[in-house]
Design a protein around this ligand. Sequence first.
Ligand code: P1T
Length: 380
Amino acid sequence: MKFETLAIHAGQEPEPNNGAVMTPVYFTSTYKQNGVGKPRQGYEYSRTKNPTRLALEHCLAALEGGSFGLAFASGLAATDTVLRLLNSGDHVLAGNDVYGGTFRLFDKVLRRFNLGFTFADTTDPESVADALTASTRLVWLETPTNPLLRVTDIRAVAEIVHAHPNRPLLAVDNTFATPYLQRPLELGADMVIHSMTKYLGGHSDVVGGAVIVKDKELAERLFFLQNAVGAVLGPMDSFLVLRGIKTLPVRMDRHAENASVLVDFLARHPKVEKLIYPFHESHPQQKIARRQMKNGGGMISFLIKGGRESAVRMVEAAKLFTLAESLGGVESLIEVPAAMTHLSVAGSQLDVDPSLVRLSVGIENQDDLLEDLRQALEYA
Ligand code: P1T
């Protein structure tokens, strides 16, 4: 089946007892057993397995072209569980423009457990090759990145990583693109990670994360960790993400359509110093973006003239664009990454320009969005 059909049906069958078309929310922590050590239909305890979560996990696997999906309590819980595949002394090579919270987890928490991290420019496959060491076990990409929308050639990096004698695992955070735009497993990645809080949920009403893989042995190690660590997604949240995913293709097309109208406006605006959008002609990896993504997505970043002060004035003047962290919902959001989502990278090698403004373009009417940006920029 094609993507749009899978988004609605994958992992979901009408409920066998009463025919309910929507997957029920199984609010249960435990399951009656037929005898000691004889669970019914494989369900024992909901940290290990829950039918609502399982439906979502099967749906995620289908959408990413993987074989196994795992749902977690947040994007960072998913990331943390993946990192627990490693042993003390192992080295991780990560992109130098990852989400601030990912950087904080790697640099401020996991370093204390004797994992080593190098942050490199993954948009240049040569610098990935140069930064691999004898102890590198994991390469962590985000593409497009948050917040600079840098694009990495997943296939080129996969070839380099897999040719290395250690055969490190390649993980791609696909939050910004979603599987509708880009499927990293098909381009050679071993694992896909999502913050489902964003486009997959799509309505800013749930926090969740996911990991999707193809390889059975890797999946078994991750299922063991998911159960052993326990940062799982609850049944209600699983239901909300399942519902959100049904409209993912329609939403993503509209997000991108609206974004391209705003990109044209911002590219010509005198107060915009530099526009960043993966499918714009000025983007340095535009060709790669067009090759590996279906459309340019709904995220736009730009540097505003007048520095931090001007950026703050603009985002505070926006009315329809809500001043808030996060992204990927049907409603448009605006923020200043250096002072908000990426405060945790301040003073590090991942420092973000204080005049950078990030837009999560929603699916409202284009004219209303344009008008709001026009008046907010005037105010800046
Ligand atoms: O917030 P959480 O569900 O834990 O996901 C973390 C995360 C992981 N990866 C990417 C690319 C992300 O953007 C995020 C979360 N980002 C924001 C909250 C933000 O406003 O950028």
